[in-house]
Write a protein that binds this ligand. Structure first.
Ligand code: ADP
Ligand code: MG
Length: 682
């Protein structure tokens, strides 16, 4: 099919340019047509020269009114060309582009875009964008102009021309896959028109409708694929775990499960007892006690003769889980192994052998678990902790180490349902919405930077009582542009003056893993009193003796991220404190931070963040596992996503196998083959 034609055969490309296009990820005609502009410039309004406004970017039509003049100084060659339109005159100016003087013929008419300035005692446009005026075919001026992501050797003009050529020749071959009636009902522009207008919009309204159609389609296909995968997984036969006697396990626990933990545990037990594969996400705020719930599931699997793998995003966390589980399973016969990246080659070999022989019932590890040479005897349950740090693929890779094992993923990031359906649309969701009793609420204060010193004095007092302190900073290095407190600066400061009495450690993302670990372990052992760090400590670390968290430049963090950070303290019987230092004078910033002082409910905080700053913030920049979109944006297109989810749900209700939507089914197979092949192909 010619949509799959190699890009080099498109008019205006050729083998040499094709290489450059390939750098942009454009291999075929189809890729080219779906290479959407990253922005637009409105050059549609053509202004008379007499109406041009100095200082503004505008577009006008004018003819070359005289020959080029050159001014040479020791450093620069200035080329000037006069143009006129009958209402006035302007000079076009280029610097160090002497060849420009040969490019123009007197009398030729051009459409010219650029910023009008008053310079050299006259009206000039420097480095204008211009194009011969040819009535129907102006791609760079006189219209809303697309702006594409480029690579060296390609220009906007080349991309516009080539994409225009591709559209002229091949657009007809793009097929609409929504039914006519569906388009009408949902008010969607048809695909061809949308593709044409996304590149070369007729007007603002058409552009908006084209964007809507393409975003809708992108979200729709992904959501549909996810729901179909979920349905197929539900139909897939998995392990039916027998009921086991949990007394030896429970009698060992120092506490009773909360009712929220019980509720979620029951859901898990039902899943495990059924012959369908479990694919469940446990969402629970920091400290809500997800680990123990996971441990129950481990116990059931192990007692059924299966192995369990638990994957954590960092070495520190994996080790911590390993220790916790050893404690929890004391008095039972569960054998636990740890597979971490820091094992010696021979140590690693040893562990791998034991995993393969089934001599471990539970194996805790990092990404090391999904490496190729790890194989299990009979993996029956996979658990991923802090799922938001992993991608969907990694979760799948772990599960592939067994034969349809049950899968449990855990996250402390509270995600509203709409987003959860696209991030975890293939999972069932359980929520632990309650903290264990007796937890002291972390006292949270928002203070202006002028009170910073007081905060540190307070921290020192706590250190003298034997407690430990976290100081979190947004950046690691000094930067002129951003005046945020960097971990390194704060570290030096604390180190040299206020806190001679305390032992201070520094931890940041640019340190090697082993250095990070060394510092973290020293903190865990209580050999460091004040740990200054970037957000690398955000995930799951447990140091109950730490009771103070100071966050520098708190205004730079998302609320949910701050909430996660705060979860590092308040893990013991001691009263804990979270001090948010706000450097922003803005009232909104202060208000936003005060949400944290008011509530400790992660979901509420997430929703506040959603309304105040949009959904990007609580996911944070570093989130993995987010699907990549060509045009849709989860942070802006929440409303479209909501509509899409309703539409997908009702479509699947009416036509669960897409029998009445053959073209849609076809597209889904070609776009999401790997994920949906099992479902719709047979
Ligand atoms: P998270 O959900 O953040 O992973 P953890 O599983 O690490 O939380 O649990 C936090 C702490 O709470 C642990 O020290 C754990 O032993 C304790 N804990 C868990 N469940 C209970 C409970 N029902 N009662 C009392 N303490 C609990
Ligand atoms: Mg945890």
């Amino acid at each position: 099919m010619s949509l799959d034609l190699d890009i080099q055969y498109v008019k205006g490309v050729g083998p040499k340019r094709a290489k450059l296009f390939k750098k942009l990820g454009i291999d075929t005609v189809k890729d080219l047509i779906f290479y959407f502009p990253r922005d637009y410039e409105d050059r549609s309004e053509i202004v008379k020269i007499e109406d041009l406004i100095v200082g503004e970017k505008q577009t006008f039509k004018a003819y070359i009114a005289g020959s080029a003049r050159e001014v040479k100084t020791s450093r620069v060659v200035i080329t000037k060309i006069p143009v006129k339109d009958g209402t006035g005159a302007v000079e076009l100016v280029w610097y160090n582009q002497p060849y420009m003087k040969n490019n123009f013929k007197i009398g030729e008419e051009y459409i010219i875009s650029g910023k009008l300035q008053f310079k050299y005692g006259q009206l000039v446009v420097e480095n204008p964008v211009l194009e011969k005026s040819e009535e129907d075919l102006n791609l760079n001026t006189g219209r809303i102009v697309p702006v594409y992501g480029l690579t060296e050797g390609l220009t906007q003009n080349i991309l516009r021309k080539v994409i225009f050529n591709a559209l002229s020749e091949y657009l007809d071959e793009v097929e609409e896959f929504f039914e006519e009636e569906f388009l009408r009902e949902k008010g969607l522009m048809n695909l061809k028109e949308a593709l044409l207008n996304i590149h070369f919009p007729k007007d603002e309204e058409k552009l908006a409708r084209a964007k809507y159609r393409l975003k809708y389609q992108e979200l729709f296909l992904l959501q549909l694929a996810l729901f179909l995968v979920k349905k197929s997984v539900k139909e897939k036969r998995g392990i039916r775990f027998r009921k086991v006697d949990i007394k030896p396990f429970v009698s060992n626990l120092p506490f009773k499960l909360t009712s929220a933990q019980m509720k979620v545990l029951k859901e898990i037990i039902l899943d495990m007892a059924s012959d369908k594969v479990m694919n469940r996400l446990i969402q629970g705020d920091v400290g809500s006690g997800k680990t123990i719930v996971a441990a129950f599931a481990m116990y059931i699997a192990a007692k059924n003769g299966y192995q369990v793998a638990m994957m954590a995003p960092t070495e520190i966390l994996a080790k911590q889980h390993y220790k916790t589980l050893e404690e929890i399973f004391k008095g039972t016969d569960i054998r636990i192994g740890l597979l971490s990246g820091s094992l010696s080659p021979s140590g690693r070999k040893e562990v791998l052998k034991k995993i393969e022989k089934g001599e471990y019932d539970v194996v805790v590890g990092t990404h090391a678990l999904i490496e190729e040479d790890v194989s299990f005897k009979n993996l029956g349950l996979c658990i991923t902790d802090e799922q938001h740090r992993f991608g969907v693929r990694q979760r799948a890779l772990l599960a592939q180490k067994g034969e349809n094992p049950d899968v449990l993923v855990m996250t402390a990031t509270p995600i509203p349902r709409t987003l959860a359906l696209i991030l975890y649309g293939d999972l069932d969701i359980s929520i632990i919405d309650q903290l264990p009793p007796g937890r002291k609420r972390v006292k949270t204060y928002v203070i202006p930077s002028s009170m910073r010193k007081k905060a540190y004095e307070f921290a020192i007092k706590e250190v003298k009582k034997g407690r430990q302190v976290y100081v979190v900073c947004p950046l690691i290095e000094e930067s002129d542009k951003i005046k945020a407190a960097s971990a390194e600066i704060v570290y030096r400061e604390i180190y040299k003056d206020a806190f001679k009495e305390a032992r201070v450690g520094l931890l940041h993302g640019k340190m090697s893993d082993s250095d990070k670990e060394r510092i973290m372990e020293a903190f865990v052992r209580g050999e460091i009193d004040i740990l200054v760090s970037t957000t690398v400590i955000e995930v799951g670390v447990n140091v109950p003796n730490a009771t103070v968290m100071i966050v520098e430049n708190a205004e730079r963090f998302g609320l949910a991220q701050l909430h996660q950070l705060r979860g590092r303290v308040g893990r013991s019987e001691f009263q804990s404190y979270c001090i948010l230092i706000n450097y922003s004078p803005s009232e909104t910033a202060k208000k936003r931070l005060e949400v944290l002082a008011r509530t400790s409910d992660g979901f509420k905080i997430a929703e506040e963040d959603l309304t105040i700053r949009g959904p990007g913030e609580f996911l944070g920049e570093k989130q993995h596992g987010l699907p990549e979109f060509k045009i849709a944006n989860l942070f802006e297109d929440i409303d479209i996503l909501k509509r899409v989810q309703k539409d997908v749900e009702s479509l699947l209700e009416e036509d669960p196998k897409l029998e009445r939507h053959p073209k849609l089914r076809q597209v889904l197979i070609s776009e999401f083959y790997d994920r949906v092949k099992d479902i719709i192909l047979n």
